[in-house]
Design a binder for this molecule. Sequence first.
Ligand code: SF4
Length: 316
Amino acid sequence: MNLSKNQYIEEILSLKKENNAVILAHNYQLPEVQDVADFVGDSLALSRSAEKTKADTIVFCGVHFMAETASIICPDKNVLIPDPSAGCSLASSINANELESWKKEHPDALVVSYVNTSAEVKALSDYCCTSSNAVKVVNSIPEDKTILFLPDMFLGSYVSEVTKRKNMFIWPGECHVHAGIKAEDINLMLKKHKNAEFLVHPECSCTSSTMYHIATGDLLKTGHILSTEGMMKHAKSSTFSEFIVATETGILYRMQKENPDKNFIPLKNDATCKYMKMITIEKVYNSLLNNVYRVKVPKKQADRAKLAIEKMLSIG
Ligand code: SF4
């Protein structure tokens, strides 16, 4: 059925009521998908709202591993993703077989997995981490323990630079968005916009290369590394009127919407995640109408993955 954008929105709102559903959207989603969502945030914030919701159905507008995390946290809910092929180049850089072989090479090591991993990889991990607590998680592990850190090589290099940990092996995975962000490009932008503040949002690894360059002192200016909410608050209270924002460009929509008198410049215009943009308003409508596409992590795998997620949450 071909509807106008407003008709899709109306239909979505009524189907949501009918199905007792909630729509959760990641910050990198298309503007119209963010507008129809009940909650917009980063993957951790979305998992937390999935945990709290009283709705029977969660329509997860993000990439597949995020919907899996919602299914792990809320096994009794009907978790739907509007497009099941919305993957993640970073999460797919390692699978369970590859991790099992890596573990065999280092039988005494502990595995720290970034949240951008599939449920099967989380289930084989000892700890999960986000980009904002990866340093804390690694520091909580006894110094004599070898660590296998995966899958993001930039986040891993950043953590090893900050913690000075030598016994840490890093998986060579990367996200296609951050792969193109080089120190020289950042310095060029910083020179061009001398009066702008430099904000870095490390969600989703799209800027973990920037975090690494900051830690190694390769940049002209030190950026503020902030969470989504930290970024929103900072943009509001800062006396600066211009900001260079290092993250996937989707977040700029919300920043500009909430601060219309300020100017937000993306560090790289083409820093967009093609997987995130696969979720369209039409697909959200179809998802609610036809109760598709269900994401269900098998119980045994979900229970094991939950342990790694809970360890991460207990560290903060
Ligand atoms: S921005 Fe990168 S890490 Fe995030 S979902 Fe897209 S491909 Fe994965």
